[in-house]
Write a protein that binds this ligand. Sequence first.
Ligand SMILES: C[S@@+](CC[C@H](N)C(=O)[O-])C[C@H]1O[C@@H](n2cnc3c(N)ncnc32)[C@H](O)[C@@H]1O
Length: 375
Amino acid sequence: MNRSYFATVAKGLEEIAAQELEKIGAHQVRATALGVHFQGDQSLLYKVNLWSRLVFKVLMPIFEVECATTQQLYLQIRKLDWSEFLSWQQSFAVQCTGSNPNLNHTHFTALQIKNAIVDQQKDRHGKRSNIDSKSPDLLINAHIDRNICTISLDSSRESLHRRGYHLAMGPAPLKETLAAGIIEISGFDGKVGLYDPFCGSGTLPIEAASLALNIAPGLSRMSFGFESWLDFQPELWQRLKKEASESRSKTLECPITGSDIDAGILQQARSNARLCKLDREIEFQRKALADIEPNANSGILVCNPPYGKRLGEAKDLQILYQQLGDVLKQRFKGWNAYVLTGNRELSKMIGLRSASRLTLYNGSIPCVLLKYELY
Ligand SMILES: C[S@@+](CC[C@H](N)C(=O)[O-])C[C@H]1O[C@@H](n2cnc3c(N)ncnc32)[C@H](O)[C@@H]1O
């Protein structure tokens, strides 16, 4: 049976996430602000959780109720039949987003929904579910948009950007989903070299290697929300995971290299790569930008150089961005470079004409991804 789903994604990645979902097999795919609507069966739901590199969470809308007031929300939620999705033996939690004039505190709204559900359970069974905000059997997502509350089940539970490898983090790591989005936008497919000269904890090279080797990003996760749903199909899930682990390619066709000036952060990058069994595939080198050399005749350079917030850093960073422009022009002929920065003024110091620019969000920070074609 096909159902409707909503995948939440970072601002700026909606269109590219829609393309990814189509490749995974989703139907009726439609990108919207901060997410993508799509349809598919249960197998697709599991596959998206297992294979998506760009999506944060996959929500399955189950009810829509009117919620002009707190009382109306409570009564509507209490009237719904929850038994198809939740038994009193299971724990649950409610997370809420959005607001209207009468429901403008998400914690309070979530509490009303929780109360309505447990009150119904007590009426029907004399027993009620426990609330577990850390690791609930069922994570319920409520979204308030004006007078409508959409109730969904969160099939991912913990955000999918937490692949399980980022145990060691530098001071400014990219989210795995944003790094994967940049790799996807760059068109990298593993058939040319890839170089990140500011690799920090290694997120861009790791996501690139994972894509090139066709590794399902969800395979390294401990658990997903749908595994404790009442309709969970363990055989189907085991089969999809087995297919995914068999589809991993053995070796990279072209080199993937990350370098950074900071020896400590490179240790983190190496240990992250080891966690995803990519430490033999990715080469990490301690190098200042001034000393880097391309690892192939042509390829894709991706990076997010520091863009500093403290006063006094500005001058050094201007020199660094100028140097980046020089290194790209002089040593990376035949390559395409993608530079993500949160500081447009600094990006001008690169001194090269960009072929395209795209606004992406690194958390709440608006950034620009600049593409340079280097002849
Ligand atoms: C914004 S962080 C990159 C974060 C990385 N993408 C990640 O996901 O962890 C910028 C990195 O540039 C490095 N860096 C700063 N100056 C450098 C230089 N001159 N040469 C090489 N690396 C430099 C820093 O050590 C830092 O790790």
